[in-house]
Design a protein around this ligand. Structure first.
Ligand SMILES: NC(=[NH2+])NCCC[C@H](N)C(=O)O
Length: 408
């Protein structure tokens, strides 16, 4: 029987994926909150939705089952007590553990029918939407720079990050920045309560209560035995050690390749600078390599008798060959090696491909130099529209959370 989660590679035929259509959360993005909400501009929602619909249709046409995050969460909250717990938790995590604001938000959200409540939680609750029964010193002295009690979850359409399917388990991530912390709550409820996932023994490799942070854009399943994880702005080395240990003890994964990438917003995750597109082909943003063409990486292995061993490497090609047992590797540089084209196209996620099968990817149309190069390297490229979606700094891989891929 098909397991609810089964991902043993980055490139096996994509069977099932979770997406989130951009919604009114994006219309609650305002200039003074942009940096905090991890955006560089305000997307035009109507066009962003059209572009996203086209993405979803493209995956459908290629034979992928598309599940929507909003539906999954609403379907997980059919029991009144579960819905109530969810509302409590999301209010707590929005900064209101108790008190008049907590009570007003609770009353408001409970009064909404589940789907509407979910949409509201995602799009944010303005201060003027609820009426407080009493006002204490806390409310009077509160920081009111932002017009929301519950901030909009503007990054939800990047379903890749809050959780990642690894093998037949999942990492439910503790996100780095406040703007995204609440996002992984959805997957926690889905795994625990959705009929498709609940009570099926799904292993949780990392949970959101763990103090160390990790995000799905950094987690790449290179093979049934090898996971690559970025040491990045968003993922701590200690989270990598912990998840590696857990995988070594409880799964068939034998190596974790930790790759250190620059810590900045354009390259916040490993998948913004490196993705797998075929058994032996990868995209890479040339700027992550130093003048000698090197990058620091560390391979973690289980040690006999417990613990992990760590080896340091600097040659990406040689390291990939070694961990994957391949004789050749084709690293395809974003922007075709031109410094300006590489920087521009990487900024708009030219490195960020979503493999739908070995050697077949979905990419943004605007990165025409990188796309042409991929085709010259024999890759089948499906382009999607990207004027508005790209303003959130994420591409097709960031916008998708594969949960079932066919084995290679
Ligand atoms: N997997 C990814 N690269 N996701 C991109 C996420 C972009 C989002 N604005 C953030 O900063 O978190």
């Amino acid at each position: 029987m098909q397991k609810p989660i089964h991902v043993l590679s980055e490139i096996g035929k994509l069977h099932t994926v979770i997406l989130k259509r951009p919604g009114t959360e994006l219309e609650n993005l305002i200039p003074q909150m942009m940096k905090f909400l991890l955006f560089d501009d305000i997307p035009y929602l109507k066009i962003a939705q059209q572009e996203h619909d086209y993405f979803s249709e493209t995956l459908n046409r290629l034979g992928t089952e598309v599940l929507n995050l909003d539906d999954l969460i609403a379907e997980s909250l059919t029991q009144q007590n579960v819905k109530k717990d969810f509302i409590e938790q999301v209010i707590d995590e929005s900064g209101f553990l108790h008190g008049p604001v907590h009570d007003a938000l609770e009353q408001y959200l409970l009064s909404l029918e589940t789907q509407k409540m979910v949409a509201k939680v995602m799009s944010g609750v303005r201060r003027n939407e609820v009426e407080l029964k009493e006002v204490g010193l806390k409310e009077l002295t509160e920081d009111t720079r932002f017009p929301f009690y519950m901030n909009p979850m503007t990054n939800l359409y990047f379903t890749r990050d809050p959780a990642a399917a690894i093998g037949e388990g999942i990492s439910i991530n503790n996100m780095t920045f406040a703007a995204r912390k609440r996002e992984s709550l959805f997957m926690e409820y889905i795994i625990a309560h959705h009929p498709r996932f609940a009570n099926q023994g799904i292993r949780v490799w990392h949970n959101r209560a763990q103090a160390t942070s990790i995000e799905g854009g950094d987690e790449l399943v290179l093979s049934a035995q090898v996971l690559a994880i970025g040491v990045s702005q968003r993922t701590d080395a200690s989270a990598i050690e912990k998840i590696a240990q857990n995988l070594f003890e409880n799964s068939n994964f034998k190596s974790v390749l930790a790759i250190r990438i620059p810590h900045n917003h354009a390259m916040m995750h490993l998948d913004t600078v490196f993705t797998m597109i075929n058994r032996d082909q990868f995209t890479v943003h040339p700027a992550i390599l130093n003048k000698k063409g090197q990058i620091d990486s560390w391979v973690l292995h289980p040690k006999k008798g417990g613990g992990t061993s760590i080896e340091h490497h600097t040659n990406l090609k040689a390291t990939l060959k070694k961990v994957l047992g391949l004789s050749e590797i084709d690293l395809i540089p974003t922007g075709g090696g031109d410094e300006i084209a590489a920087a521009r196209e990487q900024w708009n996620d030219g490195t960020n491909t979503l493999a739908v099968a070995p050697g077949e990817v979905v990419t943004y149309d605007r990165n025409y130099i990188s796309n042409k190069l991929l085709r010259e390297h024999g890759i089948l490229v499906h382009e999607i529209h990207s004027s508005e979606l790209s303003r959130g700094r994420g591409g097709p891989r960031c916008m998708s959370m594969p949960i079932i891929r066919e084995d290679l």
